[in-house]
Design a protein around this ligand. Structure first.
Ligand SMILES: NC(=O)c1ccc[n+]([C@@H]2O[C@H](COP(=O)([O-])OP(=O)(O)OC[C@H]3O[C@@H](n4cnc5c(N)ncnc54)[C@H](OP(=O)(O)O)[C@@H]3O)[C@@H](O)[C@H]2O)c1
Length: 306
């Protein structure tokens, strides 16, 4: 069995990868604390100290490295610039250097926020990156470092990640809906909500069936919506399933009504044509993914601590 070093095992995508990659090899999970959510010990990989990564790699000599760790707090990245760059660019560069030297595939994730959102059609892999903030710039720097290293493997750019686990927009909406009869949600940013489960399943398929895939690929659900449209769909689906006691009103607001530290792209839908050609099928619509995620949320899920 191939050894798969999985960095960021506690994140939304990392959590799903522990499931989806289990048929592809022996997973060596790693995270910042050295403890998985269920209390099982795992390897420590803290990207604030990338200098310790070579020893981890040497100790395990994995057959594949999958990096789902990242500094993903878009607004906080504006303040903690060095930490964002260490986690999103320096650590991936170091992993890529090792993978290149040893001919090991590196699977890495990047973001729709490498684009500035001024486009009028879904972004293709080769469209010029022009990030609006520190997060997007640090993710782009990570992409460039990996591509320049010549490491085998693939960078999967994805968007608006959510799931039944972790910290994300869907769980925030459910929590707010339990507390309030009226929510205000931005309606002038458009993109594609993508379940972590879909990302993890496609990753496992690439590892199993298309191991020689190289470069950047866009991986997102089909279609597009605004955060407001996504919120309405989440709440309608959650109400139908009894996950929230009442259906709150969702008022559309503009990004300027809801000032955030970081600017976000107004339009960041990704063109997934290349991935669809590789897999031989279209990506499922975002609405289909949402139904599947809502089906996995237990009615008694505690949301207060999320
Ligand atoms: N979330 C999105 O909407 C989105 C959109 C596009 C692309 N992506 C990309 O998809 C990938 C996975 O994202 P996700 O949604 O699964 O994010 P997530 O749930 O925030 O998980 C990220 C993981 O990275 C870990 N991490 C953060 N800083 C670290 C550090 N200094 N050292 C080691 N680990 C660190 C976190 O650890 P702790 O659990 O200890 O905090 C967390 O488990 C990332 O590359 C991200 O850029 C995400």
């Amino acid at each position: 069995m191939k050894k798969i070093l999985l960095l960021g095992a506690n994140g939304q995508i990392g959590h799903e990868l522990r499931r989806s990659l289990s048929a592809q090899g022996t997973i060596i999970p790693a995270n910042r604390t050295g403890l998985l959510p269920e209390g099982t010990p795992c390897e420590v990989a803290d990207f604030d100290h990338p200098e310790y990564l070579p020893a981890l790699l040497e100790r395990h000599r994995p057959g594949i490295v999958v990096n789902a760790a990242a500094f993903t707090a878009v607004d906080r990245a504006e303040e903690y610039v060095d930490a964002a760059c260490r986690a999103n660019a320096e650590a991936p560069a170091l992993l890529a250097g090792y993978c290149s030297e040893h001919g090991i595939p590196l699977i890495h994730y990047s973001s729709d926020y490498v684009f500035d959102g001024t486009g009028d059609r879904p972004y293709r892999e080769e469209d010029p990156a022009s990030p609006l903030g520190v997060y997007g710039a640090s993710k782009r720097a990570g992409e460039v470092a990996i591509l320049e290293s010549g490491a085998p493997g693939v960078i999967l750019r994805t968007s608006w990640v959510y799931g039944a686990y972790g910290s994300n927009f869907l769980l925030t909406m459910l929590r707010q809906a339990r507390a309030s009869a009226e929510l205000r949600v931005v309606s002038d940013q458009r993109g594609t909500p993508t379940p972590a489960q879909l990302i993890a399943d496609v990753t496992a398929e690439i590892v199993a069936a298309h191991p020689d895939t190289q470069g950047i690929l866009h991986l997102a659900a089909g279609g597009e919506t605004s955060w407001h449209g996504f919120a309405e769909a989440i709440l309608a689906g959650a109400h139908r399933r009894g996950l929230i006691p009442r259906l709150p009103r969702v008022l559309p607001v503009t990004s300027s009504d809801y000032p955030a530290r970081a600017s976000r792209p107004a339009y960041s839908r990704l063109d997934t044509g290349k991935l669809e050609a590789l897999l031989g099928r279209p990506m499922p619509a975002w609405e289909t993914g949402l139904e599947a995620v809502l089906d996995h949320i237990p009615p008694d899920l505690p949301l207060d601590s999320m």
